[in-house]
Design a protein around this ligand. Structure first.
Ligand code: CP
Length: 309
C-alpha cells in the first residue's frame, strides 16, 4: 500500500488510510532522527528542490533536513535572485528545474492552486508547502502526528483551532485531516474571521473563546496576521488579544492535561501569552521536530518507490 497520487497537494483529496500511512511512516523516520547518525541512504542520487515564493523558516528548513537525512541532494532556489524577477512563469521555472535534474519540487506560493498547476504540468512529485489561504498539508500532518504522540490517539479528541480561520491554510488542512481521522473540531474567532458556512466541513463554530475551549483536549492557536488589521477584520490588536488571546487562566476550562499548539511563527503576547508559549502544556518545539519526520515520510513515500509496491 502507498499513496495514490504522485503529489501531496492537500488533505482534502487524500484518504484516511493514506493519512494513517504517512503518520505511521513518520514514526519510523523519527526513530532514525534519534540515532547518533541521523542518515539513511534511501534517496541517494535524488534531487529535491525547494521553490519558495513566500518566506519560511520551519517548512523550508525541515524539508531540507528531511531530504538530507534520506541522503537526497537539495537545492534552494532563491526566487528573489532568480529569473522569476525577469518575469519567468512558475511553470517555466519548474520545467527548467526538471531539465536541471530535479526529482521533486517543494513549493510555497501566495496563490491558491499554484501547487496543483505545477503538479499538472511536470512529471515529478510536487509537495505543497502552502498555497495562499488554501492548504498547508505538511503542517496539518505534523500537527496530527504531535496530537497522536502526545495524547495517544486522534479519534474522539476535541480540538479547538483559534484565530484567523478565514485566511488560514493551516486551519483548512487541519480541518480536512482531523475530521477524516475522527476528531471533533471547534473553530473559535470573531465572525469576520470565520468563513460563512464552514460548519458544512463538519466543525462547530464559536465566537467566544471561553465557550469554545470548554472541555477540549487540544488548543491550536493560529498566528494573527497583522497585515489584516487595516482591512477591518478586527478593531485593534489589543482588542483581539483581550478577546481571543490565550492566557493561563483560560486553561482551567479545558481538560486538565490540555495540549497547547501553535504552528509558528508566534506573536508572543498577542494570540498566546509568553508564559503559555513556553509552558509545560505547549508542544510548539515538538511540532517543529516532528515536522522533519513528517517531511521525511512524504519524501520517502513519494520518491522512495514504495508508492508502487
Ligand atoms: N508553520 C509554518 O509554515 O512556518 P514557516 O512559515 O516558518 O514555514
Amino acid at each position: 500500500m502507498g499513496l495514490k497520487s504522485k503529489d501531496l497537494l492537500g488533505l482534502e483529496n487524500i484518504t484516511k488510510s493514506e493519512i494513517e500511512l504517512i503518520l505511521e511512516t513518520a514514526k519510523t523516520m523519527k526513530d532514525i532522527l534519534k540515532r547518533p547518525i541521523k542518515k539513511v541512504p534511501t534517496l541517494r542520487g535524488k534531487l529535491v528542490v525547494n521553490l519558495f515564493y513566500e518566506p519560511s523558516t520551519r517548512t523550508s528548513s525541515s524539508f531540507g533536513l528531511a531530504a538530507k537525512s534520506l541522503s537526497a541532494d537539495t537545492m534552494n532556489l532563491s526566487v528573489k535572485s532568480s529569473s522569476v524577477t525577469k518575469g519567468e512563469s512558475l511553470v517555466d521555472t519548474a520545467k527548467t528545474l526538471k531539465a536541471l535534474g530535479a526529482d521533486a519540487v517543494v513549493i510555497r506560493h501566495g496563490i491558491p492552486g499554484a501547487a496543483k498547476l505545477l503538479a499538472q504540468t511536470i512529471d515529478m512529485p510536487v509537495l505543497n508547502a502552502g498555497d495562499g489561504a488554501h492548504e498547508h498539508p505538511t503542517q496539518a500532518l505534523l500537527d496530527m502526528y504531535t496530537i497522536k504522540e502526545k495524547r495517544g490517539k486522534i479519534e474522539g479528541q476535541k480540538v479547538a483551532i483559534v484565530g484567523d480561520i478565514k485566511h488560514s491554510r493551516v486551519a483548512r488542512s487541519n480541518i480536512w485531516g482531523l475530521t477524516k481521522l475522527g476528531a471533533e473540531v471547534r473553530l473559535i474567532g470573531p465572525s469576520t474571521l470565520i468563513p460563512v458556512g464552514i460548519e458544512q466541513m463538519g466543525v462547530k463554530v464559536y465566537n467566544d473563546l471561553e465557550a469554545g475551549i470548554e472541555g477540549v483536549d487540544v488548543i491550536n492557536l493560529l498566528r494573527i496576521q497583522r497585515e489584516r488589521q487595516d482591512k477591518g477584520f478586527f478593531p485593534t490588536i489589543r482588542e483581539y488579544t483581550k478577546r481571543y488571546g490565550l492566557r493561563r487562566e483560560h486553561l482551567k476550562l479545558a481538560k486538565d492535561d490540555v495540549t497547547v499548539m501553535h504552528p509558528g511563527p508566534i506573536n508572543r503576547g498577542i494570540e498566546i501569552s509568553s508564559d503559555l508559549a513556553y509552558g509545560k502544556e505547549a508542544v510548539i518545539e515538538e511540532q517543529v521536530t516532528n515536522g522533519v519526520a513528517i517531511r521525511m515520510s512524504l519524501l520517502y513515500l513519494l520518491l522512495g518507490g514504495s508508492r508502487n509496491e
